[in-house]
Design a protein around this ligand. Sequence first.
Ligand SMILES: [Zn+2]
Length: 384
Amino acid sequence: MDPSSREAIEIVPVQALALQHSGVPLVDVREAGEWALGSPVGAHRVPLGRVHEVPAITGAPADRTLLMICASGKRSALAACQLAAAGYRDVRSVAGGVTRWRAEGLPIEHVSLLDDDARVRYSRHLLLPEFGESGQLALARGRVTVIGAGGLGSPALYYLAAAGVGHLRVVDFDRVDRSNLQRQILHRDDGVGEPKVASAARALAALNPRIRIEPIDARVELANVEALVGDVDVVLDGSDNFAARYLVNDACVKHGKPLVYGAVHRFEGQVGVFWPARPGTGGPCYRCLFPLPPPPDAAPNCAEAGVLGVVPGLVGLLQANEVIKLLTGLGEPLVGRLLGVDALGARFREVRLPRDPACPACAHPGRIVLADGVAICAAQPPSV
Ligand SMILES: [Zn+2]
């Protein structure tokens, strides 16, 4: 549309407002993200791509005047042309759009992007001024891979699902065993023998049907690790073996993803965030602490080591807390710090973690060659 024909159908904002007050429908044809920042009071809101729905939404017959508004007047002119082609005889475009409407002090309202269910479901988040709708929308956009639907993954996944993280990829190759139920609270007695990801997906969908759960019934290995971590915002490591842990660390370093680490042993646990690529203040990676896996005889057998059931609960929730902070930008993540939990002493201990300039992984992330490790038990976190 050339500028002269655009001007022919334009109307200044103050005249548009007067027409709107006399009952003429005003349609904001911008996108939802723009409405959230302010839209004329009482406007119908239909993005340009769906302008064919305007007749049904406004209920206006073809001989009725319609007003279109966008950010500056271009999209609204296109919308007016489309509606004219559909038979409307008098469609006007507001000159200067919402920018001019706002500058002239005409009434604007802020539009919630959350529907009624979300406003109720997440109301306790929305009451937090620091969190609010923007925090909730950040969670809804969030994509997280959780490695392991076991002791750490169970509490973490429950709370991430409840919080409204939009896409949870759950990776586990194991089946539910009765000995898991003492701590792996996603699973139930009637699910014994079932794949853990199926049991997890059922429990999470029952808790929050709004979110997308992507169960991956597979072992983390060289062939799939980059696909599992490469397209998400955050990776949560709830794995129970060193092979997966080193492979996931190396893939996260290579792809610049934050890795929320957790480990438990008997009455103790550890949590931290490994993110060398963090803008500004990148921290260490897992290999900065432990360059290589310990020899198999130095690590206890998973089933023999034992763990108090609440300890992975504590650590998994701290991991979920870090994921929520990373997705929303709230608070200070555990980058460059390792938090130890002592359940018997009821004490937390923090150790600062420097980055190793000679680290085999994060010193040269562009040169990382992923390799399968030795599958040995990681029930015991290496001592720091
Ligand atoms: Zn490193």
